[in-house]
Design a binder for this molecule. Structure first.
Ligand code: ZN
Length: 427
């Protein structure tokens, strides 16, 4: 039995719009599982060592529910095109390099380290179509302490022939080979990943849907991101009234499905999401960078749809989920203005909930710092900036969302393990 007790200003968001704040509180975990948050240390833990962080913030770690690992090298470049042109000009040539596993190793090691440094301990991530590089990605995430889901991408049409595309048979065979090699990871699990409907033939989609059902696997893909993309999907599937039906007809539309973007999902498509329990992954930076649109994220929440956040690098240009949280708030305000002030915007506690606790259900865990949850936490010292007045814990959280402070993240815990340790910055 191993006890972990962290003392500080403990803030979590167990539900949309709710902040639980315990100043000078104790977060206790046993063998990596949270026992509780206490204003006074319970008697039975009196003899246990306490890591006293003073007034530092102790926050749940982030979940980044949509990002493309092989696009990490192109992060911050190629922002002058819209989606479909951007894929051909920048993305496919960059992803093609991951046929080289040495290159993959060097890139993915850096990516995994940067995720942890920014307090992201859970991911739902796209790899490239390369099986071997996908295993390398899973190894590097596991080694750094990142947990969650990784998918080998499937794409057997409309890729870059000779550069980045599979045959239908090859895609199926490689998916099975990849799954066989996924059994050894303790904290990284496979997720089926048809890139998006234009990238996958009907035969491949049907195969993936059967596989999802037979092996009880989750699914991630893209939905209604860009209007040209949607028009293309209508041409490819004249039998389907809407984009989502191209996934639903193959069994790829369930309560274990994540769909990125949903910028243009209308009420009918959003109703289908809610009824099936599909999760919307809102990626505000990406939607703006490749000029896709402004997702009605706050309205989707009001309608009872499950919403989480994604950095979507490298359509998104920021890996830090603090930045992604601020971007989601800004996007919701843009939507508020576009809708003539009819749609409410995301408040800071709401957006921060989406970036942290909202995703935990997808990983099979309770929200916030609930007893029984595995310990995913950030210890953050935020004392570098001048204060206009003594800030409340909620104001400090808000400023962490909007303002970077170098090396503010002092410690990161992932699945009960300390995966980053910088110690206190001031004694
Ligand atoms: Zn994406």
């Amino acid at each position: 039995m191993s006890l972990t007790i962290l003392k500080g200003t403990i803030v979590s968001a167990p539900a949309l719009g709710q902040l639980d704040i315990t100043e000078g509180g104790y977060l206790a975990a046993e063998d990596g599982r949270i026992l509780g948050v206490y204003p006074v240390l319970p008697e039975q833990y009196a003899a246990a060592p306490v890591e006293d962080w003073g007034d530092a913030l102790i926050l749940p770690a982030f979940a980044d529910c949509h990002l493309h690992a092989p696009q990490y090298p192109m992060l911050g470049t190629g922002m002058d095109l819209q989606l479909l042109e951007w894929l051909q000009a920048y993305t496919f040539p960059t992803e093609a390099r991951f046929a080289d596993t040495d290159y993959a190793r060097s890139v993915y090691r850096k990516l995994a380290a940067e995720l942890i440094e920014n307090g992201t301990t859970r991911v739902c991530m796209f790899s490239s179509l390369h099986t071997d590089a996908t295993w390398v990605l899973m190894e590097e995430l596991e080694r750094a302490g990142v947990t969650g889901y990784v998918g080998k991408v499937n794409m057997d049409r409309n890729g870059a022939p000779g550069v980045l595309e599979e045959t239908t048979e090859g895609s199926m065979a490689e998916t099975l080979r990849w799954l066989e090699g996924c059994g050894d990871f303790a904290h990284i699990r496979p997720i089926l990943t048809p890139r998006f409907t234009p990238s996958c033939t009907d035969e491949l989609m049907a195969f993936l849907g059967r596989l999802a059902a037979e092996r009880d696997l989750p699914v991630q893909s893209h939905l209604s991101e860009n209007q040209s993309e949607m028009a293309w999907v209508r041409q490819l599937h004249p039998d389907c009234e809407q984009y989502w039906e191209t996934y639903a007809k193959y069994g790829l539309w369930t309560d274990r499905t994540l769909m990125a973007h949903c910028v243009w999902s209308d009420r009918r498509e959003r109703t289908a999401m809610r009824r099936s329990g599909v999760t919307m992954v809102h990626c505000a930076d990406s939607n703006q960078n490749v000029c896709s649109g402004v997702a009605p994220v706050r309205r989707a929440l009001d309608e009872g749809i499950k919403v989480v956040l994604g950095s979507d690098i490298a359509g998104g240009d920021r890996l830090s989920m603090f930045d992604v949280t601020a971007s989601a708030i800004r996007a919701s305000k843009a939507r508020h203005l576009m809708d003539h002030w009819d749609t409410p915007f995301l408040t800071v506690p709401e957006a921060w909930y989406l970036a942290t606790s909202a995703a935990t259900a997808f990983f099979g865990e309770p929200a916030g710092f609930a007893p029984g949850a595995s310990l995913h936490a950030i210890v953050l010292e935020d004392g570098q900036l001048p204060q206009p007045h003594p800030l409340t814990a909620q104001e400090r959280l808000e400023r962490c969302v909007y303002r970077r402070q170098p090396d503010a993240v002092r410690e990161v815990w992932s699945a009960g393990r300390r995966v980053l340790s910088r110690g206190r910055s001031r004694a």
